[in-house]
Design a protein around this ligand. Structure first.
Ligand code: C2E
Ligand code: CA
Ligand code: CA
Ligand code: CA
Length: 277
């Protein structure tokens, strides 16, 4: 009836208003989050399955707000992107990560590569290569200690621009990896043109690897594709010994996930790296 649809409409529009209010609230709070020291970078270890040694960590952003609590990156990163704040937040994360590499090297933790997630908005910023170079120089860190994680989406809008950005970053000597590999839309031909070092097998394929034949087949295919192109593979979201054993058997190079550790704050990550060298 007419009455029901009116109520239905009003309900929907109230929901939208609640959403919009929260978005506005979050964007306003995010604008000040760096200055108010509410952001931190956590680090999740990555293990080389061949040498059994820790080889890297992924830097993951955390936001703790006094009233809003812990806001998840899956909620605030898209808002940072749509508001443009991702440029300043992203360069802050890069600087934290590179400074952390320097501190670890001073503490005798060498051979740990830190990978930083790059938004496609940062990737389209022509200032990115000079920013990365300036930060590496500021902290006296060699470029091969830094890895940048991109998603397949970066090449979607402007493939030529993506190729020249990858070339510029590659020339600096930083490593590039493709995050969430297999979940995007791009064609495989870009792997040939792009200066990619590593593929990150998405955790959605890893989750049911012990039971689901299709997921098994997909993961094996990605590992073999990478190997034949001379790329490394890392599986993310590894939670069980069974998943680890499967990945080892099929020649995956590295793993990352709760089986090793949750992402840790700087001090805890330092202790973990020292204890597991
Ligand atoms: P991502 O890059 O795919 O990061 C992996 C996510 O999986 C992280 O979630 C991590 O905490 C979680 N994870 C790690 N191991 C396991 C596991 O064994 N099981 C399960 N179920 N999950 C695991 P998180 O930290 O909430 O980050 C979510 C997403 O937010 C990231 O996905 C990334 O896309 C984005 N993000 C986080 N930090 C940054 C950042 O500094 N910059 C940008 N642009 N994006 C970021
Ligand atoms: Ca990532
Ligand atoms: Ca991922
Ligand atoms: Ca299935």
């Amino acid at each position: 009836t007419k009455k029901e649809s009116r109520n239905g409409y009003r309900f929907f529009s109230n929901q939208m208003q609640i959403q919009t209010t929260r978005h506005l609230q979050l964007v306003n709070a995010l604008r000040q989050a760096i200055a108010l020291k509410q952001l931190t970078v956590h680090y999740q270890p990555q293990l080389d399955l061949h040498t059994k040694k820790l080889v890297g960590v992924e830097a993951l952003l955390r936001w703790s707000h006094p009233q809003l609590g812990e806001v998840q990156p899956t909620e605030f990163i898209p808002l940072a992107e749509s508001s443009g704040l991702i440029i300043s937040i992203g360069s802050w994360v890069l600087e934290q990560a590179v400074q952390q590499i320097e501190r670890w090297q001073e503490a005798g933790i060498t051979n740990i590569c830190v990978s930083v997630n790059l938004s496609s908005i940062q990737f389209r910023d022509p200032e990115l290569p000079s920013l990365v170079q300036a930060i590496l120089q500021r902290y006296h860190v060699l470029p091969q200690s830094l890895e940048l994680e991109l998603t397949e989406g970066v090449a979607l809008e402007n493939p030529e621009g993506a190729v020249s950005m990858m070339d510029a970053l590659d020339q600096l000597g930083v490593r590039l990896s493709i995050d969430d590999f297999g979940t995007g839309y791009s064609s495989l031909s870009y792997l040939k043109k792009f200066k990619v070092y590593k593929l990150k097998v998405d955790q959605s394929f890893v989750r049911d690897i012990s039971t689901d034949d299709e997921d098994k087949a997909i993961v094996i295919a990605i590992i073999n594709l990478a190997r034949s192109l001379g790329l490394k593979t890392i599986a993310e979201g590894v939670e069980t010994p069974e998943q680890k054993a499967f990945l080892l058997t099929h020649g995956c190079d590295e793993i990352q996930g709760y089986l090793l550790s949750q992402p840790m704050a700087s001090e805890e990550a330092t202790a973990y790296l020292l204890a597991n060298q």
